[in-house]
Write a protein that binds this ligand. Structure first.
Ligand code: FES
Length: 136
């Protein structure tokens, strides 16, 4: 029962505070009577959960093979150039965080990325620039 609630509580914490802090993991572990290692393991397993604060918008560029073969690395480089941050970093104004991720299920539109929950495919560096401009 407690284990069934674990992912739900972690996702709720992520949605409420934008990340799952050490303190939040300890609280969840105590509430569900689970070892904190279990909470940490689940939190760090999913690429859409984070143990550190993220920007208002989170970009996930797909690094899996189908996207890689369609110039996925070039798209990641375009984001680095556009925002001045590397994967795993957040812009100083807190507007964007940038992460690499495994397949997001949009291989037919490779190269693809997620910005928050929205999928963007058939990317080009120019298209990425236009997409990012639409986010505050
Ligand atoms: S490999 Fe990139 S979306 Fe599937």
């Amino acid at each position: 029962m407690e284990r069934d609630q674990l992912l739900g509580m972690i996702k709720e914490e992520q949605a409420k505070n934008g990340s799952v802090s050490d303190g939040a993991m300890a609280h969840i572990a105590q509430t569900l009577h689970l070892p904190i290692g279990n909470v940490y393991g689940v939190t760090t397993f999913y690429s859409f959960l984070s143990t550190r604060p993220l920007g208002r918008h989170v970009i996930h560029i797909c690094k899996s093979v189908p996207c890689f073969l369609q110039n996925g690395a070039m798209m990641a480089a375009a984001i680095e150039k556009e925002l001045g941050i590397s994967p795993g970093e957040t812009t100083s104004d807190g507007r964007f965080s940038f992460e690499l991720t495994n397949c997001i299920g949009a291989c037919d539109q490779a190269p693809a990325m997620l910005v928050d929950d929205e999928v963007y495919g058939d990317l080009t560096p120019e298209k990425i620039g236009e997409i990012l401009k639409s986010f505050e």
